[in-house]
Ligand binder design. Structure first.
Ligand code: EPU
Length: 430
């Protein structure tokens, strides 16, 4: 197993290049199944969730070729198998996109209940409701969801809850059906627009992505396409917060500043200087403590993203006064709090609300990443803390951040990755 070792105290300085968006890539890769010819995808992040998606495609019979570090060619012409291997599907959340893609292509899909970060209850009722509304039937047995249809027909679907995953799955499932599908109360995240753009470049007819009503007119055929995935706004936001937290001066490159507005506006409010350019942003941190946030509430896009909540909490531990964070998307996304407390943070949690009393300093400690963004928060805290922080379970972080250790080192962080023995092995020896 591997851990990060950080010696805190260096101000980050320089420029960092942002990779392609994880949550767009893990939707666009399964969507490539729908093409009759090969698809070439550029700006694909080299992260573990993407590797698992590509392994699933290969296991099912697709031909996947790397054409450089971040470009892949997928030819799904030879896929005949509509069953996604259990263990692979269970290890990531995005495996549920194979349900929508396989269903629309083959009228059948069998995929395990998805995994992903443990953030409390994460049901898939809205996904299943869409498949049913389009004319499919489903059953759940032995951990597998099996979906079958004789024929899928366009319809009107109202989401009871704003959900990124079900909006994407409904788009995938509806793209080739007979007639018009209208999705209402749809999610509006940038990666939803990215998927719609990719499908349209293959010949789909999707309008309204990025608003809460998406109209999908089914088409008979989709062809292969070349497509570049959008930059990852959460990776960008994470480096922005790291730059601010260390009082650094970092230019974040290869971004779409518009996608970052919900993050940028909060940083500016706290007193961070942000200069915006066409496809980059310069973040200049202060040496004094930042202003507290008296109501930082996570919301669906264009609200403040839940995927930035832990990183902001790390930043707020050192701000002046009392900050309040309300997590309104997930039941349990404060699992990093105990670890930040080990480092001297003063945080209390009551249900969906965290109260953070700013402290003068954090001190390095051995900690564990509970999930992907929790891990990012611990890295930010470690960069600011006095002394040495060791972060275990970094496989969570590597699910979603490309080359994080290398990128951070290039802007002045003192961070290395080291192997350590698996605790189970030690127990077995004992
Ligand atoms: N929900 C339901 N029923 C459903 C689907 C969702 O009740 O059928 C609930 C969820 O339990 C949650 C809320 O609706 O409370 C929002 O869930 P959503 O479907 O939007 O999230 P997701 O598809 O499971 C994706 C990202 C997450 C990100 C959320 C919100 C992927 C693979 N995952 O998850 O990313 O937090 O959208 O933006 O795209 C991360 O990158 O760290 C991460 C967790």
């Amino acid at each position: 197993m591997e851990k990060f070792i950080i010696n805190g105290g260096s101000k980050l300085k320089g420029a960092v290049n942002i990779s392609g968006a994880k949550n767009a890539a893990v939707a666009i890769i399964p969507a490539a199944i729908l093409a009759d010819g090969p698809c070439v995808l550029e700006n694909v992040p080299k992260i573990n969730d993407v590797t698992v998606c590509l392994q699933i495609l290969t296991e099912m019979g697709a031909k996947v070729r790397m054409r450089g570090k971040n470009t892949i060619q997928i030819d799904a012409k030879h896929i005949r198998d509509t069953v996604v291997p259990y263990e692979m599907a269970r290890s990531i959340r995005a495996s549920y996109y194979f349900m929508g893609a396989l269903l629309t292509k083959f009228n059948h899909a069998k995929v395990s209940m998805p995994g992903g970060c443990a953030l409390g209850d994460r049901p898939i009722d809205q996904h299943l409701k869409c498949f049913k509304a389009l004319g499919a039937n489903y059953s759940i047995e032995h951990g597998m969801v099996e979906i079958t249809a004789d024929k899928l027909i366009g319809t009107q679907i109202y989401f009871d809850k704003i959900t990124v995953g079900a909006t994407i799955n409904a788009m995938l499932a509806a793209v080739k059906v007979d007639g018009l599908t209208i999705l209402e109360n749809a999610a509006k995240e940038p990666h939803i627009v990215d998927l719609a753009n990719f499908l349209n470049s293959m010949g789909a007819d999707i309008m309204g992505a990025g608003t809460d009503v998406i109209k999908i007119r089914g088409v008979k055929q989709l062809s292969g396409a070349n497509y570049a995935i959008i930059p990852d706004q959460i990776e960008a936001g994470t480096y922005m917060v790291a730059a601010a937290a260390t009082g650094g001066d970092v230019t974040i490159k290869n971004i779409i500043p518009k996608h970052l507005e919900p993050i940028t506006s909060k940083l500016i409010k706290m007193g961070v200087v942000v200069e915006e350019y066409d496809d980059s942003m310069r973040v200049v941190g202060a040496s004094e403590p930042y202003e507290r946030m008296n109501n930082l509430k996570t919301m669906p896009h264009p609200g403040f993203p839940t995927d930035m909540q832990p990183q902001f909490a790390a930043l707020l531990t050192l701000s002046s006064g009392t900050s309040i964070i309300t997590e309104s998307i997930y039941e349990d996304r404060f699992r990093y709090v105990d670890e930040l407390r080990r480092m001297g943070a003063d945080i209390s949690v009551d249900g969906k609300v965290a109260v953070i009393e700013g402290v003068e300093k954090l001190t390095g400690a051995p900690v564990k990443a509970a999930d992907l963004r929790a891990g990012a928060a611990l890295i930010i805290a470690g960069l600011c803390a006095k002394g040495r922080t060791e972060i275990e379970d970094i496989y969570h972080i590597e699910r979603g951040y490309e080359d994080m250790e290398r990128k951070l080192r290039a802007i002045g962080a003192d961070i290395v990755k080291r192997k350590y023995p698996d605790p189970d092995t030690i127990r077995n020896i004992g």
